[in-house]
Design a protein around this ligand. Structure first.
Ligand SMILES: Nc1ncnc2c1ncn2[C@@H]1O[C@H](COP(=O)(O)OP(=O)(O)OP(=O)(O)O)[C@@H](O)[C@H]1O
Length: 331
């Protein structure tokens, strides 16, 4: 439904390419998250997909028709594609319903009322319908902006940082709503998030960008469990990244010393009997678990793990560490 081939973009006056040879296909009903460090090209890709920017080379095809940039098509966007940007673009003094109404034609007023009701219900904001947008919180405005984008039944929804204004509860509600929406209506969603952990629980696939290129692309489990580089592992956090030489010395392996080793904190287990000797240097209380920082084999190399037996390990005590699973990556 959306096909991107060999897309390249360089901004005038910028010596680096903002996008390099991007290849991506999005199928109906998929939720694809773009993840990557600041400046990796996520927003540029969204803008090209929506037709706000011209590509230097390459093609974007939406429902078998080419997407053109402003040099060909002055008014951006396709009828069946909607882009919710971070400024929401709402009329602050209009009521929520009046923000949504202009997205629908007046040819069938009964349908129009019913559809407004339906999208408000989908986003769980029916109770806000008569409030002016200016009186809503950032998170509520975000939902109104999404409801507005959905009103005309688009086939592709582009969301720029949809979780940035939401607290933990609202975020998990919105994630569930988006998944329900994709399942129920077959709409595809392409979103940018600065929180890769949000992408894990929500996406069908995650696209990881670095310096304008897609460097890894897969299901949440694939990219989390098998990061292709230390950069990818770091994006998701909760990892120890060691030089292979340090890892070999501490745990008795023989990994090629030019490599790095990624160990998720939950794959590093505490033990009293077997494993590499370690000294607890910090215990950080986190409610249901403690984050422990440990020095392994007396070296200054510090590792982090999670301990659910609260209080079982104290600062300056010794224990042992067992690695349950690790991934070798290029340095
Ligand atoms: N209008 C512009 N003119 C020149 N260079 C730009 C422009 N917009 C973006 N860039 C450059 O293009 C590259 C990609 O930027 P882009 O905004 O797409 O990254 P991003 O991944 O969305 O970043 P962020 O997460 O910070 O929003 C960066 O090097 C950036 O400096």
């Amino acid at each position: 439904m959306l096909q991107i081939n060999n897309l390249c973009k360089q901004y005038p006056g910028n010596e680096h390419f903002a996008l390099k040879n991007i290849e991506l296909t999005i199928n109906a009903g998929e939720i694809i998250s773009l993840v990557g460090s600041s400046g990796s090209g996520k927003s540029t890709l969204m803008k090209l997909v929506y037709g706000i920017l011209d590509a230097d080379t390459g093609t974007i095809t939406f429902n078998e028709k080419p997407v053109y940039g402003p040099s060909v098509k002055l008014l951006p966007g396709e009828r069946e594609m909607k882009f919710v940007q971070q400024d929401f673009n709402l009329n602050p003094y209009a009521r929520v319903v009046d923000n949504i109404a202009p997205m629908l034609p007046n040819t069938d007023l009964d349908y129009k009322q019913a559809r407004i009701h339906e999208v408000l219900e989908l986003l769980n904001i029916l109770d806000l319908k008569d409030k002016p947008a200016v009186n809503l919180s950032g998170g509520q405005q975000q939902r109104v902006a999404i409801a507005r984008a959905l009103a005309s039944n688009p086939k592709l929804l582009l969301l720029d940082e949809p979780f940035s204004n939401l607290d933990v509860m609202l975020k998990s509600h919105l994630k569930r709503d988006l998944q329900r929406l994709a399942e129920k209506t077959g709409i595809s969603i392409l979103l940018v998030t600065h929180e890769p952990l949000d992408a894990l629980s929500l996406s069908s696939r995650i696209v990881i960008m670095q310096e304008g290129a897609i460097i890894q692309h897969g299901t949440p489990k694939e990219v989390y469990n098998h990061p292709s580089s230390a950069y990818v592992a770091r994006l998701f956090g909760g990892v120890n990244i060691l030089d292979a030489a340090d890892f070999n010395a501490a745990f008795g392996y023989a990994i090629n010393p030019t490599k790095k080793v990624v160990i998720h904190t939950h794959d590093l287990h505490l033990s009293d009997q077997t494993g590499a000797p370690a000294k607890v240097v910090k215990v950080e209380y986190n409610g249901s678990y403690e984050a422990l920082v440990l020095e392994v084999n007396g070296s200054m190399r510090k590792l982090q793990t999670l301990n659910y037996l609260l209080g079982a390990y104290k600062k300056d005590e010794y224990c042992r560490l067992v690695v349950k699973q690790f991934t070798e990556v290029d340095g």
